[in-house]
Design a protein around this ligand. Structure first.
Ligand SMILES: C[S@@+](CC[C@H](N)C(=O)[O-])C[C@H]1O[C@@H](n2cnc3c(N)ncnc32)[C@H](O)[C@@H]1O
Length: 502
């Protein structure tokens, strides 16, 4: 059984500054026909009625219990019409969308990632073939843009993932070519009482419908961020906030129409214009999963993070000869069949050898046939490259994969020219790289697809050699004494900053 809250994603907008900001963005007029597509308990409707008690408002709401509350609350308002229906499937709304829209204003906090049963998901996929049907908020936004009249205004509070994620490319295309964005406010999800997504921030997008796509692309809009408290939404000119202007055409021309929001215009230039991206000079691939780590993975010491959940490896079963074994991908015969594996965790330059995978012939056969196991990209196993954890708690980090296995929480990066390995290792550990990846994807995730898009500049030979040498020294120091001279690292960061001007 799924809970009511999960089924309907009923997180109500109990924040006066958020509600006031969104209502003010609608520039309400007395004659407006207004739509609230997911009524909840009616916070937006109450705020609108307190400005104009005669406002014409249509509300849709799926949950019968919420409809009951709405009926009670607004029983004295003949101008408020409440329907129990599914905004995404309703035929009346579908009809009105097809004929150019009927609303002057729309305001919503739609469900995010609302649970949809498989039947409904299949119907939604058919109705919105271009969109990502699993993420409900995008479908609500699309439906509501269609429901707006020409020049009608909409204000939505939604996660900011639609700005960058691949799967929302079609939605970005729709927004950029059928609407003029009025303003985009970006702030932490913790501003929203009771909700903290962790994985994403929140955004309020206000836009106005325009059928002429050239006028859409010429539109210039502001993005506001740098909020430290929710009250700042009521004073968007607050000098502590950061405001950036963008032309829609420029966003449209970005790779995948992504909204790249960066303080430094050099960052945008690099992302759009650099001759090479990481994906051009290196293979970026996800690593291995045994399907059952408790059974196959062993640890060097129980003291290690999560170590106590795994069996201790017997030093005599560790194989150190495997690098010369041409048949390594079929497994190892005999007693010594445990091999080192690089796992996630944000350690720079070099990870100590702490985890070992069972690589016996039997085990490898299991990995190749088990449904849960991922024997993916095996041609990169046991090669010399670098690994970037898929999730970085703060800054992106990278460490060497010295002819080891690497697991699926890591993206393995294997330069086509192996002599670039130490330069890339230095680059991935630099603040410059962090700024670039966080502009390409502001969440803490670094999947291979985003890493491939990071611009790369190979410096002149002498600089390349110097960075390579210092980085090698750092790795050697780590091997010898377990730490390195941070001043040397600062030198590298400065050189990389000079190369990229970021
Ligand atoms: C995130 S809440 C927001 C409610 C209200 N607008 C607010 O801001 O407080 C989303 C609401 O949408 C309703 N809902 C979920 N799926 C819906 C659908 N397909 N059609 C209409 N309403 C839906 C839920 O029952 C819930 O009340």
């Amino acid at each position: 059984m799924i809970s009511e809250a999960r089924k309907y994603q009923a997180f109500y907008t109990k924040s006066t500054p958020i509600v006031d900001y969104m209502v003010s963005k609608l520039s309400l007029q007395a004659s407006d026909k207004i739509f609230e597509p997911c009524g909840g308990d009616g916070v937006f409707v109450e705020a609108i009625l307190s400005e104009n008690e005669f406002a014409h408002i249509d509300i849709c709401e799926l949950n019968p219990k919420s409809v009951e509350i709405l009926n009670e609350k607004f029983s004295d308002c003949p101008n408020v019409i409440i329907r129990e229906c599914d905004t995404l499937l309703d035929t009346e709304l579908k009809f009105n969308s097809c004929f150019g829209g009927i609303y002057d204003k729309i305001i919503a906090n739609p469900p995010y990632g609302a649970w949809q049963d498989y039947e409904k998901r299949a119907v939604l996929k058919k109705m919105y073939p271009e969109l990502y049907a699993k993420e409900s908020y995008g479908l609500f936004l699309y439906r509501c843009i269609e429901l707006l009249k020409e020049d009608g205004i909409l204000s939505f509070i939604i996660p900011d993932t639609f700005l960058n994620l691949h799967m929302h490319k079609a939605l970005r295309n729709h927004i950029l070519t059928t609407t003029q964005i009025v303003e985009l406010a970006l702030f932490p999800s913790s501003f929203f009482p009771g909700v903290n997504f962790g994985y994403a921030n929140l955004s309020i997008i206000t836009l106005s419908k325009k059928s002429n796509y050239k006028e859409c692309l010429q539109n210039v809009f502001n993005v506001v961020n740098g909020f430290s408290e929710v009250e700042q939404l009521t004073n968007i000119e607050d000098e502590h906030l950061k405001t950036y202007s963008f032309k829609q055409e420029d966003v449209f021309n970005n790779p995948d129409h992504a909204f790249l929001i960066a303080e430094n215009s050099n960052i945008l230039k690099l992302i759009n214009q650099s001759k090479f991206k990481v994906g051009d000079i290196a293979d970026c691939v996800t690593g291995f999963y045994s399907g059952d780590d408790k059974r196959f993975l062993q640890v060097i010491s129980p003291e290690l993070k999560n170590g106590k959940h795994y069996n201790l490896v017997n030093a005599e079963t560790i194989n150190s000869d495997y690098k010369n074994n041409p048949d390594i991908l079929t497994g190892i015969d005999g007693h010594q069949h445990f091999l080192p594996i690089v796992k996630g965790g944000n350690t720079k330059y070099l990870k100590p050898e702490s985890w070992f995978m069972n690589w016996s012939k039997e085990a490898v056969l299991h990995y190749k046939t088990d449904k849960k196991a991922r024997f993916q990209n095996p041609k990169y196993y046991f090669k010399f490259g670098i690994g970037v954890p898929m999730i970085s708690s703060s800054s992106i980090t990278a460490s060497l994969i010295e002819n080891k296995l690497f697991d699926q929480s890591i993206v393995g990066i294997f330069p086509k020219d192996e002599s670039l390995t130490y330069y890339l290792l230095a680059f991935f550990n630099s603040p410059t790289c962090n700024k670039l990846i966080r502009t390409i994807n502001p969440s803490a995730n670094n999947p291979a697809n985003y890493i491939k898009k990071i611009p790369i500049i190979i410096p002149e030979k002498s600089v390349l050699e110097l960075i390579t040498e210092i980085t090698k020294n750092i790795v050697d120091e780590l091997k010898a004494i377990g730490r390195y001279n941070e001043n040397e690292e600062l030198k590298i960061w400065e050189m990389i900053k000079q190369i990229y001007k970021v």
